[in-house]
Design a protein around this ligand. Structure first.
Ligand SMILES: Nc1ncnc2c1ncn2[C@@H]1O[C@H](COP(=O)(O)OP(=O)(O)O)[C@@H](O)[C@H]1O
Ligand SMILES: [Mg+2]
Length: 498
């Protein structure tokens, strides 16, 4: 330092600690960060308790991990308690030595930690109102832990993290108790889904981690639906890098017809399948980022069912720029190139399956109502005027009326609301269904189709299997079948005397 002068630049406690509040945590990322500490402390049971109706609402997270001595607790309360560059044990989910404090202050003004280890209980409190008043980096160490909310849930060893003065959960607005409870409970419900996803690997282990929300068990949510036999799993790839091994595995979720509606909705989540496709990045088995292609491609309808698991160890934090909240990451260049290839493969694969489905709909043999015409780089859908229903009806008309009839059909085809369909397909494709046809219209189509196909010498079984695959018959198959049965029966009756 030579002869340079130095001056004291200790940060103002109140300013810095208030600043810690605003690094961008949400309730779910904040709670996840507290749970990370519990997992690192080898907890097997974590209770989340929310008292929302009382005048002094609180959120408590209690684990049965190894706990802390008073010295360890005081160190833990220090913002920046661990150097982010120091190597961490493999199962350690921490990063900057900030999480406990910054996650808590993002949601509350009063953080109490009670810990039990070796038969001793200790407690420490950061209260931002006191820090503001005294402008000092000093935590309170209460003499007794009795009477601290939720402390009775602590077992022989473990840690309680208690948030009081929940000023952030209601967005700074002071509501009456009922309204406030409603808002907080809603946010907690959203958090539950986040926890189901973020910690699903731990909850699926043979000796599973248990998370209880107000006494109710939180169930794991596997974003790859691996238990469904219709899920397609590609082989796992391993990328050996300087900082550790990266594992990559692609999954194709079952088509919505191969999965129960409940499971389909569950893995779609509030954002829907389109927004949930993409990479699922895990750090030490803990989900960090999901539902993004990291800017390598767009979330398209074509790849809607593709999800790719990426596993990284905690030794690669700097390479992946894992942030304090553990909710964002960036791709190291070498991984980027590899993932581009993964995406190309997925895109090629899904194009194939989709085209197969598309082709089936408009296949010639199957008497489509619509033809798909691909020419000059454009695709058009045009009503098939050779469809037996159209042909047989047209035959009953005078030439004049026939022209009018075919004009009407051509107009319907030309005014297909392509943009609306496109927008709907991009959003909620599975909700688009063929319109209902009434019995009379269906019967007309069945009769016309039957007579053409019978005339072509096809057997009734073959006809049924042909019709079963095309609309409007496919969507109204029971009615169609009934009409076919009735028609065939009357024809047989008429024929039998001959
Ligand atoms: N639930 C807990 N059980 C045991 N020790 C804990 C718990 N929560 C926090 N700690 C201790 O406090 C330290 C600081 O935690 P935190 O601020 O989240 O930073 P980090 O997780 O990055 O180390 C941890 O490294 C750990 O030693
Ligand atoms: Mg932590």
């Amino acid at each position: 330092m030579g002869g340079a002068r130095q001056a004291d630049a200790t940060p103002h406690a109140s300013a810095l600690i208030e600043g810690l509040r605003d690094i961008g945590y949400s309730l779910e990322t904040a709670i996840s960060d507290i749970i990370d500490n519990s997992v690192t402390a080898r907890a097997r049971r974590i209770q989340l308790i929310t008292e929302t109706y009382s005048d002094e609402p609180y959120i408590a997270i209690i684990d049965d991990g190894v706990g802390m001595t008073e010295d360890e607790l005081v160190a833990a309360m220090r913002p920046g308690s661990q150097n982010p560059l120091a190597p961490r044990d493999k199962p350690d989910l921490g990063r900057f030595g900030l999480g406990l404090k910054s996650a808590s202050f993002s949601q509350c003004r009063r953080l109490t930690v009670v810990s039990k280890k070796g038969g001793q209980a200790c407690a420490a409190i950061w209260d931002l109102d006191d820090v503001a008043k005294q402008n000092q980096w000093s935590v309170q160490l209460p003499d007794h832990v009795a009477g601290i909310p939720a402390v009775d849930h602590l077992g022989a060893t473990g840690t309680l993290v208690l948030w009081q003065k929940l000023d952030r959960l209601t967005g700074g607005v002071s509501y009456n108790a009922a309204k406030r409870a409603e808002i907080i409970n809603q946010r907690i419900a959203e958090t539950e889904r986040h926890l189901r996803l973020v910690f699903h690997r731990f909850m699926e282990e043979t000796k599973p981690l248990q998370i209880l929300l107000n006494g109710r068990k939180v169930l794991p949510l596997d974003p790859f639906a691996r238990r469904n036999s219709a899920t397609i799993m590609d082989p796992e790839e391993r990328l050996a890098l300087l900082g550790g091994d990266v594992e990559i595995q692609s999954f194709t979720l079952p088509h919505h017809k191969q999965i129960s509606k409940m499971d389909w909705e569950d893995i779609a989540g509030p954002e829907g399948h389109l927004k949930s496709q993409g990479f699922y990045l895990y750090r030490g088995k803990r989900l960090i980022v999901y539902g993004t292609w990291f800017g390598l491609c767009r979330q398209s309808e074509l790849t809607k069912l593709s999800r790719v698991r990426i596993d990284i160890p905690n030794s690669m934090d700097a390479d992946w720029k894992i942030d304090v909240k553990k909710s964002s990451a960036q791709l190291p260049p070498i991984v980027r190139d590899r993932l581009k290839k993964v995406i190309e493969r997925i895109q090629a694969g899904s194009k194939r399956t989709y085209n197969k489905r598309g082709a089936k709909l408009v296949d010639q043999e199957r008497l489509p109502m619509w033809n798909r015409i691909q020419a000059d780089g454009q695709i058009r859908y045009r009503p098939n005027i050779e469809h037996p229903t159209f042909v047989s009806f047209a035959e009953s008309l005078t030439p004049e009326l026939q022209r009018g009839f075919f004009n009407c059909i051509a107009l319907v085809g030309a005014s297909l609301p392509i943009e609306t369909v496109h927008a709907d397909m991009a959003g909620t494709a599975e909700q688009i269904v063929p319109d209902f046809v009434d019995e009379d219209a269906l019967a007309q189509a069945v009769h016309a189709t039957l007579s053409v196909l019978l005339g072509a010498g096809k057997g009734i079984k073959e006809i049924m299997s042909l019709m079963k695959d095309v609309d409007p018959f496919r969507s109204a198959w029971e009615d169609t079948q009934r009409i076919i049965d009735a028609t065939v029966e009357t024809e047989e009756k008429q024929c039998s005397p001959c």
